[in-house]
Every structure is written in structure tokens, then in C-alpha cells.
Design a protein around this ligand. Structure first.
Ligand code: TYD
Ligand code: MG
Length: 454
């Protein structure tokens, strides 16, 4: 067994590796997370599936593919996110915070795919078989070609896979509970996650069984475990909340087989997750049309677009000094924006208390928030509700001019996917818009803005 005896330091939170100790992790920015560890991986993982595949180089024309290589999940939108269905032999990471519905979604997928005669093995390292059954009873019917096993031992899983006839799909819930079964194994540790995920990588390729790895997410929104997990798999999906309507979104962060900006929207119901094909209806319903002071904007967290509601309340000051407060963004920036409104629009805001709130408990410091904050303040001041189908994004300069912001196409795409009809953006961003993107949607209006005066 070849072993590379390298001792290095690695971050407990995200698995970042370094040859020396560091106070702060350059990758996840956490302090005091470096520990010394032997990160060497047995190059022989105990897997040796001898396949008849000849290791001779081939030209593309010699490689056979057929339509059946893609399996449908039974959810149209989910298939789209995956690039047309689950590709045979692909390894898919499904990350999400606890309780978001990862196990529920995968169980439903089993139920759907079982009806199409697919053979599936569902491995749970978190729940007992009885618990799985209780949940499955809520969801629907399961045919006998879906088998369940409750274990966290890789060797057992390997034996089951090799002994039985070929499975089409393998589900590992979750990768953090899996263990190599050595004496010193510690499930969930960086080393273990690394080894087990490498095992499943080899397994999915060699046995040609598509595999879902469920991954838990740390509070920073990273899959708990080494980054190598994301590099190794073919597809990285994130399951998350939308912050506004409690919808569940499946977002693709990486996909070797399809577009990476696809999005599937679900709603959690009594019988599990339901696909939402027209999210705008849900976004718009329940919002009173006479609520002034609310606007929706799209911010970016890294490369990930997030829709947020900005609320403002402007009321007459009853004491001498007007009060200003902002929840979730920069206080000084708010004062600056108020000063811009006073000067450029000539409104007597010094007689008013102003409160601004970013809903969903997020903290955002992004210039693109300027325009929606100003629109919310004006809407509350004038007691006029804004249009519920609109999204506002833009930075505002001292003379009231609306300045260009970055990643405009990502924001527009997200807004359109979720069914918004009008998008107010800085005029300077107009030429950067991808025409192809707009052609996918009809009746969408892009409204360029140059200055807050108009
Ligand atoms: P779960 O799928 O176990 O989440 P994860 O695997 O990501 O940790 O949990 C989903 C949540 O949804 C749980 O709080 C219970 C709830 N739920 C429903 O509301 N309806 C349902 O039909 C089911 C099965 C779960
Ligand atoms: Mg679960």
C-alpha cells in the first residue's frame, strides 16, 4: 500500500491545506482553524473493480453514447438544472443546510425514478430504516426496485454494490457521515470526507452508477469538508432558501454537462417538495399592493444572485432630531443617500425619521443597493406603493446619477427566472446585456435609469 507521508496543516472548516500554520484561513476567512494533520490518502482505497474496459486511446467517433445515458428525475426543472437529466456514471454533490429538504427531494426522486424501472440504492448514514419508512410513507409509493440500507461503512456499501445486479443510481445521505471503516476513522473529519468522496468518485466511474452525495453546509455556506469535494464531482448543486417566500431553490454551481446558471424552484408541502413552474405567482401573491416602502433587489454573494426585499419607513419626527436606522446595511451610506435625496430632489427629509430594513436577516454592503434603498424611501415618503413586479439595482453617485454595477447579466437572469417583469438598471449597463439572455423571455422590460431625478 503506497503511502505518501506528508504532514501539513489544514483548516477544520473548509479543508484548505497549507505547509505551515496560519492564523486565518485564506479560503474561508475563519480564525484559528488550522490543525496539524496527516492528510495523506491511501492511494489504494480498497477499490479494485476490474472492468473489461480496455485502456486504449480512442477517437471521439469511436466512443458510443446513446440517449439512454440521461435518466429523468421526474421533475422537469430539476432535469434542466442537471443538463437534461442524470448522466450515467456522474457524481453529483447536493449541498444545503440541515432541514432544507435534501433527503426529502432525493426520496421523491427515488419514487419517481422507480416508476421508470430504475434500480436505486439509497444509503442513509443519518436515519434508521424505520425513520426512512415513516418519511417515505408521507411522500408516496415506492416500487421494489428501490432498496434502502442504513450504514456509514464504505466497505458494506461496496460489497452490496458488487454483489447485486447493477444499480442505476446510488444515493449517499450524507457524505459527512461516511467512514472508511479504519480503526482511527472519524466520520465528518476532513481526511475522512476526502477519502470517502474519492472512493465514490472511483466507484461511480468504474461501475457507471450515477451517484448523489448529500453534503451539509457550514454557516459560511460552504460544503463542510474539503474543497476537493467540489473539484472532484461532475456537478455541484446547492439547495437553498430564497429569503423572501420560503421557496426552495436548487442552484447549480458547477456542471460538466450543462449550463451552470439554471435554477429549479420548489415549495415544501405536506407530501414533500412540489415543483413550482411559475415562481412569479408565489412571489407576487401575499404582498399587499398598497404596501409602500418595499422594493425588491438582486444582490450578489460571490457569484450567487440573491433576491432581497428592502423596506423603508419614513415618519414625521416627533422630537427635535430625526432618527435614522438601518438594519442589515451601512448606516453612513444611508445618511449619504438621504442627503442626496434632500439635495437633488429637494425633499425636507430632515423632518422625518427614516428606518431601513433588509429582510431575511442578511447583512449587505453592496453599491447596487443604493437605488432600491432610495426607491423604498421615496415610496414610503410619498405613501405610494411600488410596482410589485419590478426589481431595482444600481449605485447612486453624489449628484444623483445612477452608476453602472457589475454582473448585470447574472442579476437579470435571476430576476427573469423568478418571474419579475420589469428590471430597473443603470443606463450605463445597457450595452453589457447579453441579447441572447433576453431572447429567452418575452414580455420582460428593461428600464434604464440615468438619474434619480427621473
Ligand atoms: P429533510 O429532507 O430531512 O432535510 P435535510 O435532509 O436537508 O436535512 O427535512 C425537510 C424538512 O421538511 C423537515 O423539517 C420536515 C419538512 N417536511 C415537510 O414539511 N413535508 C414533508 O412532506 C416532508 C417529508 C418533510
Ligand atoms: Mg437529511
Amino acid at each position: 500500500m503506497a503511502k505518501n507521508n506528508k504532514t501539513s496543516f489544514f483548516c477544520k472548516e473548509c479543508g484548505y491545506e497549507s505547509s505551515k500554520w496560519l492564523g486565518q484561513c485564506p479560503s474561508c476567512k475563519q480564525w484559528d482553524t488550522f490543525v496539524v494533520g496527516d492528510m495523506s490518502i491511501d492511494s489504494d482505497l480498497g477499490i479494485n473493480f476490474s472492468t473489461n474496459e480496455e485502456y486504449t486511446p480512442k477517437a471521439l467517433a469511436q466512443i458510443q453514447t446513446n440517449k439512454e445515458d440521461k435518466m429523468t428525475t421526474g421533475f422537469k426543472e430539476f432535469d434542466e438544472v442537471l443538463g437534461g437529466g442524470i448522466i450515467k456514471g456522474s457524481l453529483i454533490l447536493l449541498g444545503g443546510s440541515p432541514g432544507i429538504g435534501k433527503s426529502t427531494l432525493l426520496l421523491q426522486l427515488c419514487s419517481n425514478m422507480g416508476k421508470n424501472g430504475k434500480k436505486i440504492l439509497y444509503v442513509s448514514g443519518e436515519e434508521s430504516l424505520k425513520q426512512i419508512k415513516l418519511r417515505a410513507d408521507r411522500i408516496g409509493k415506492f416500487s421494489d426496485n428501490i432498496e434502502f440500507i442504513a450504514t456509514n461503512n464504505i466497505q458494506i456499501i461496496k460489497n452490496v454494490l458488487l454483489k447485486n445486479e447493477k444499480y442505476d443510481l446510488l444515493i449517499i445521505d450524507s457524505i459527512q457521515t461516511m467512514s472508511m471503516g479504519h480503526d482511527d476513522s472519524l466520520p465528518g473529519s476532513i481526511k475522512e470526507v476526502r477519502e470517502t468522496s474519492q472512493f465514490f468518485f472511483k466507484l461511480s466511474k468504474e461501475l457507471e452508477v450515477a451517484t448523489f452525495l448529500v453534503g451539509h453546509i457550514t454557516k459560511e455556506g460552504l460544503v463542510a469538508g474539503p474543497k476537493i469535494l467540489e473539484h472532484m464531482v461532475d456537478t455541484v448543486l446547492y439547495f437553498e432558501d430564497d429569503n423572501i417566500k420560503n421557496l426552495r431553490l436548487i442552484r447549480c454551481k458547477k456542471n460538466r454537462f450543462g449550463s451552470s446558471n439554471a435554477l429549479a424552484v420548489f415549495e415544501m408541502g405536506e407530501k414533500g417538495l412540489e415543483s413550482v413552474s411559475n415562481p412569479s405567482e408565489i412571489f407576487l401573491q401575499g404582498k399587499p399592493s398598497n404596501a409602500s416602502g418595499c422594493t425588491i433587489t438582486c444582490i450578489l454573494d460571490g457569484n450567487r444572485p440573491i433576491l432581497l426585499e428592502i423596506q423603508a419607513l419614513v415618519t414625521k419626527t416627533s422630537f427635535g432630531n430625526p432618527r435614522r436606522n438601518v438594519n442589515g446595511s451601512d448606516y453612513n451610506r444611508l445618511n449619504l443617500l438621504i442627503a442626496i435625496i434632500e439635495k437633488r430632489l429637494g425633499l425636507p427629509l430632515y423632518e422625518y425619521d427614516i428606518f431601513v430594513n433588509i429582510t431575511g436577516g442578511m447583512r449587505v454592503n453592496e453599491p447596487s443597493l443604493d437605488l432600491p434603498i432610495i426607491v423604498s424611501i421615496l415610496s414610503s415618503y410619498k405613501n405610494q406603493a411600488t410596482d410589485t413586479e419590478s426589481i431595482y439595482c444600481g449605485e447612486v453617485g453624489l449628484s444623483g446619477e445612477v452608476r453602472a454595477i457589475d454582473s448585470i447579466n447574472i442579476r437579470i437572469n435571476e430576476a427573469m427566472k423568478l418571474g419579475y417583469k420589469k428590471i430597473f438598471i443603470p443606463k450605463a449597463n445597457l450595452e453589457k446585456i447579453d441579447k441572447k439572455l433576453l431572447s429567452n423571455y418575452n414580455n420582460i422590460e428593461i428600464k434604464p435609469v440615468t438619474n434619480i431625478i427621473n
